[in-house]
Design a protein around this ligand. Structure first.
Ligand SMILES: *Cc1c(COP(=O)(O)O)cnc(C)c1O
Length: 384
């Protein structure tokens, strides 16, 4: 019998990431108050409303308000949020969706599993899709534009929306990094046709496993999404469309609601920690801090800078107990999974340049200023 070649690599990854002193993974601190959550989960277990229970409805209302949208629909993951949103607007085989090559696999995975072909447009120096690169890629087959608010920095939505409106194409935003972020005074959940969020344990608002949520101001999209996530059911005995099962678990909604009470603090801390890094890293030769825009509130799911001799610097930091990470070293168009789409090295120079020099430093709410100073000193020392 042939042995399998694909193994679950996560247990080993979990084991390794815990060891460093200044870590990206802060979950033991994050959930130090787990008894409070467990008490609420006990109520769910006693009540027995495990899937799309009452807590999910409450979360949806609260989340819609937080993210500035009329409707929120809880689903099984951020990836499902993207996939179901594409399905909700009718994306199918033969269609094209324009997105960025500098993103997490799930953005492209959702496009491809929805049946469409991903059409990449290069990013700008801010890591986000460059609006100037979008219009030339629109064809009669383009069904959606999917910008990613990378690292929690909202894309230039006014310009993207203007292009989309000219061509009558909906914008579906991957807002998985951007819970509570604002763009020119608007929360990103209300921008575009639909915005998609993840509650993955390492996202800014995190739960105890997988979960996701979708926001929209369009009632028709909200209705369609409520059907798509739950077998197409309008009621127990009425199936409007044959669809999927991607319901948010009530247990995860309990955790998410608990975390909603902390999201302001989490966000404020990340912004303050990022500002501290910005101020101190800006003066170091070898480090480029991205331009920050005053009318955009970036929520720093990731804190990223561009670094000369990036790989060496990363090893140097890790050797000193700092969990410096690369999100991500290979852009989407150069992944083995993209081979069939005919892209090659050099197609998206900015995405490739960023992938070769970007470095992420921990900025979560449990990092102390002494730890930040240590990181800054190590980086300064490296380039001295
Ligand atoms: C995490 C993430 C997703 C997927 O979310 P899951 O909840 O893990 O499925 C999609 N897009 C981006 C940019 C992400 O970071």
């Amino acid at each position: 019998m042939a042995t399998t070649t694909i193994q679950n690599f996560l247990p080993e990854q979990y084991r390794q990431t815990g060891a460093l002193e200044v870590n990206h993974n802060y979950l033991p601190h994050q959930f130090a108050d787990h008894d409070v959550i467990l008490d609420k989960i006990r109520e769910v277990v006693v009540r027995g409303d495990f899937t799309l229970g009452a807590e999910v409805d409450k979360l949806e209302q609260e989340f819609a308000e937080l993210c500035g949208a009329a409707h929120a629909i809880g689903v099984g993951s951020g990836t499902d949020a993207l996939f179901l949103s594409l399905k909700a607007i009718g994306v199918d085989k033969g269609d094209e969706v324009i997105t960025t090559p500098f993103t997490f696999y799930a953005t492209v995975g959702a496009i491809v599993t929805a049946g469409a072909r991903p059409i990449f447009a290069d990013v700008g120096a801010d890591y986000n899709i460059d609006p100037d690169q979008i219009e030339a890629r629109i064809t009669p087959r383009t069904k959606a534009i999917m910008p990613v608010h990378w690292s929690g920095k909202p894309c230039d939505m006014a310009r993207i929306q203007a292009i989309a409106d000219r061509h009558g194409i909906p914008v579906i935003a991957d807002a998985c990094h951007a819970i509570r972020a604002t763009y020119k005074g608007h929360k990103v959940g209300g921008l575009g046709a639909i915005a998609c969020y993840s509650f993955h344990p390492l996202k800014n608002l995190n739960v105890w496993g997988d979960g996701g949520i979708i926001t929209t101001n369009v009632a028709e999209h909200a209705d369609r999404l409520r059907l798509l996530r739950n077998h197409g059911l309008a009621g127990r005995d009425e199936c409007r469309i044959f669809a999927y099962n991607s319901r948010l678990d009530t247990v995860q909604a309990v955790v998410a609601r608990h975390m909603l009470g902390k999201i302001e603090h989490i966000t404020r801390s990340r912004i303050a920690n990022a500002a501290y890094f910005d101020a101190h890293l800006r003066g170091i030769d070898g480090v480029t801090v991205p331009h920050r825009e005053p009318d955009i509130e970036q929520v720093y799911h990731l804190y990223m800078v561009l670094c000369e001799r990036r790989d060496e610097l990363q090893s140097h930091l890790v050797a000193h107990g700092i969990d410096a990470k690369v999100h991500y070293p290979t852009p989407m168009h150069l992944q083995p999974a993209a081979a069939d789409f005919g892209y090659s090295c050099g197609d998206f120079p900015m995405a490739e340049r960023i992938a070769a020099s970007t470095l992420s430093l921990p900025v979560h709410e449990f990092i102390t200023s002494a730890q930040q100073d240590r990181v800054i000193d190590l980086i300064r020392g490296f380039y001295a």
